[in-house]
Design a protein around this ligand. Structure first.
Ligand code: NAP
Length: 480
C-alpha cells in the first residue's frame, strides 16, 4: 500500500491556512515492520510562536462568526470525514497498527464529535438569574480564546476531534500537536477541515519536538487553555508548566480500569463485555479493562468461556480483514506487557491462554492469566496491551475495596443482574465513568473523563462545550 497515493495524505503542517515544511524532519513508521512511511516537519520556535500570534488574530474574527455559520462549517467537516472514512482508516492502520475495521470505527467515532458539536454550537445558552426589582443578573458564555491541544497515538483521530470540534463550536481557535507516532491522521483530518472551509488560523496542526512545543504552548500568555490527552506523567509536567500563566486545563490521563463480575451476572454478556473493553486497539485504550475481578461462584465458568474467545483472536497485519489484534505501537509497549505477564507468573498467577513473547516483532499474543493478586504489577500500573489478568473475590465490599485501591479513576465496569447491586456498586466506584453490563461506554453524547490521577474536565456531551467557554456575569443595577 502506497500511502502517498491516498487523496487525504499530507506530510506538511497546517498553520494559518498554509501547508508548511521544515528543513528538519522526523520519521513516521509503520509499527507492523518499522518501515518508514514518510517524514513530517520539526517546526522551529519562530514558526510556532508566529502560529500563536496568527491564531490570536483569527480568534478575534472567529468568535464573531454567527453560530449558525460555525455550525455549518463543522457539519461540512463531518460530511467530509465520513466520505473519506476508508482513506483515513487506511492511514491510521498504517501509522498506528490497529485493524482496519477498528480504524474505520474510530473515524466514525471521531466524526460523531464533529457532528455533535456542530449541533451544540447553537446551544451555548447563558442565563438570566432572578434578583430584585431594581437589578438584573445576566450570565453570558464567551469563547475562552486561543486553545492548544496535545494528543496521544492510541486514538489518532478521535482524541483530536473531541477537542477541536467543541473549541471551534465555542468560537475558540486551536493549535494541535499530535503524537509523533501518528501525525498523518491528524494532517489528513486537517486537509478535510481545509476543504470544509474553515478560515485561516482557526485550526492548526503542528508537528515537531513535544517538549519544545509543550513549553511554547504552556509558557505563552496567548494560549488561554490547554487540553491534553496522554500519560499522567506528562499531564503532571504540563500542569506545572501551565501554572505561571494560569491556564484553563483539561487533562485526560491514564487509567487502570477494573471490571467487576458478580455471581448474578449474565456470563455471556460479561465475557463479551470483557472482550470489548480489554482487546480493542490491542488493549491500548485508556478505558481498557486492566483488572478483571470475578466472584468465586462463577470464577471457573467465566474463565472457561473467556479462554475460548481469547484463543480465537487473530493477531496480524491490520490491513488483513481477519485481524483482531494488530501490532503494538512500539517495542517499549511490548516490553511493558511482557514485564506484567512475567511478574504475575513469577508471583504465582496461572497462565490460561496465550504465551509470552520472545521474538523481535511488535506482536503481542493475547494472554489470559488467573489467580492474580493485588501485589502484582498489573494491579497497580496500566498495562496498555492484550493481557487480561483475572482476580478472584468473595463479596461486594472486597471487590469495591480492591477496585478503588489505585491512584487512577477513569473507567470502571460492573456486570450484575441485581438492580440494587449495580446502583450500590456504581455509587461506590471512585471513577469518572461506570459501564453497567457493557464494555463499550464511549459516546459523543456522554461526558468522558476521570477523577483522581486520571484527570480534570470532561469531553463530549453538553459539558464538553463548557470546557471552551468562560462565564461572564453582567449586573444591571438601579433599574427605575
Ligand atoms: P504521552 O507519552 O504522555 O504522550 C502523549 C502526547 O504528549 C504526545 O503527543 C507526546 O508527544 C506528548 N508529550 C510527551 N511528553 C511531553 C512533554 N514533556 N511536553 C509536551 N508534550 C509531551 O502518552 P502516550 O504514551 O502517547 O499515550 C498513552 C497514555 O494516554 C496512556 O496513559 C493512556 O491511558 C492515556 N490516554 C488517556 C485518554 C483519556 O481520555 N483519559 C485517552 C487516550 C489515552 P510525542 O509523541 O511527540 O512524544
Amino acid at each position: 500500500m502506497d500511502i502517498t497515493s491516498l487523496s487525504v495524505f499530507e506530510n506538511r503542517c497546517w498553520v494559518n491556512g498554509q501547508w508548511i515544511s521544515a528543513q528538519e524532519t522526523l520519521e513516521v513508521k509503520n509499527p507492523l515492520d518499522n518501515s518508514i512511511l514518510t517524514t513530517v516537519p520539526v517546526l522551529d520556535d519562530v514558526v510556532i510562536e508566529q502560529a500563536l500570534l496568527d491564531a490570536e488574530i483569527a480568534q478575534k474574527k472567529w468568535k464573531n462568526v454567527a453560530t449558525g455559520e460555525r455550525s455549518r462549517l463543522l457539519r461540512n467537516w463531518f460530511d467530509l470525514l465520513i466520505q473519506h472514512q476508508d482513506e483515513l482508516a487506511t492511514i491510521m492502520t498504517l501509522e498506528q497498527g490497529k485493524p482496519f475495521k477498528e480504524a474505520k470505527g474510530e473515524i466514525a467515532y471521531a466524526a460523531s464529535y464533529v457532528e455533535w458539536f456542530s449541533e451544540e454550537a447553537k446551544r451555548a445558552y447563558g442565563d438570566i438569574i432572578p434578583s430584585n426589582a431594581t437589578s438584573e443578573i445576566l450570565v453570558f458564555k464567551e469563547a475562552v480564546g486561543v486553545c492548544a491541544a496535545i494528543t496521544p497515538w492510541n486514538f489518532p483521530a478521535a482524541m483530536i476531534t473531541r477537542k477541536v470540534a467543541p473549541a471551534l463550536a465555542a468560537g475558540c481557535t486551536i493549535l494541535v500537536k499530535p503524537a509523533s507516532e501518528t501525525p498523518l491522521t491528524a494532517l489528513a483530518i486537517a486537509k478535510l477541515a481545509e476543504r470544509a472551509g474553515f478560515p485561516a488560523g482557526v485550526f492548526n496542526v503542528l508537528t515537531g519536538s513535544s517538549t519544545r512545543i509543550g513549553q511554547i504552548f504552556t509558557q505563552s500568555p496567548i494560549v488561554k487553555k490547554l487540553s491534553f490527552t496522554g500519560s499522567t506523567e506528562t499531564g503532571v509536567k504540563l500542569m506545572a508548566q501551565s501554572a505561571p500563566t494560569i491556564k484553563k486545563l483539561s487533562l485526560e490521563l491514564g487509567g487502570n480500569a477494573p471490571v467487576l463480575v458478580f455471581n448474578s451476572a449474565n456470563l455471556d454478556q460479561a465475557v463479551q463485555g470483557v472482550m470489548d473493553t480489554k482487546f480493542r486497539n490491542a488493549g491500548q485504550t485508556c478505558v481498557c479493562a486492566n483488572r478483571i475481578y470475578v466472584q468465586s461462584e462463577i470464577y471457573d465458568a467465566f474463565i472457561e468461556k473467556l479462554k475460548v474467545k481469547v484463543e480465537a483472536l487473530k493477531v496480524g497485519n491490520g490491513l488483513d480483514p481477519d485481524t483482531d489484534i494488530g501490532p503494538l505501537i512500539n517495542r517499549k509497549a511490548i516490553l511493558k506487557v511482557e514485564e506484567h505477564i512475567q511478574d504475575a507468573l513469577s508471583k504465582g498467577a496461572i497462565l490460561v491462554a496465550g504465551k509470552t513473547q520472545n521474538s523481535d516483532a511488535n506482536w503481542c499474543v493475547p494472554t489470559l492469566v488467573k489467580d492474580v493478586t493485588q501485589d502484582m504489577l498489573c494491579a497497580k500500573e496500566e498495562t496498555f496491551g492484550p493481557f487480561a489478568p483475572i482476580f478472584k473475590f468473595e463479596n461486594e465490599a472486597q471487590a469495591l475495596a480492591m477496585s478503588n485501591d489505585t491512584e487512577f479513576g477513569l473507567a470502571s465496569y460492573v456486570f450484575t443482574q441485581d438492580m440494587n447491586q449495580f446502583i450500590r456498586v456504581s455509587r461506590g466506584l471512585e471513577y469518572g465513568m461506570v459501564g453497567v453490563n457493557t464494555g463499550l461506554i464511549s459516546n459523543a453524547a456522554a461526558p468522558f473523563g476521570g477523577v483522581k490521577s486520571s484527570g480534570i474536565g470532561r469531553e463530549g456531551s453538553k459539558y464538553g462545550l463548557d470546557e471552551y467557554l468562560e462565564i461572564k456575569y453582567v449586573c444591571i443595577g438601579n433599574i427605575s
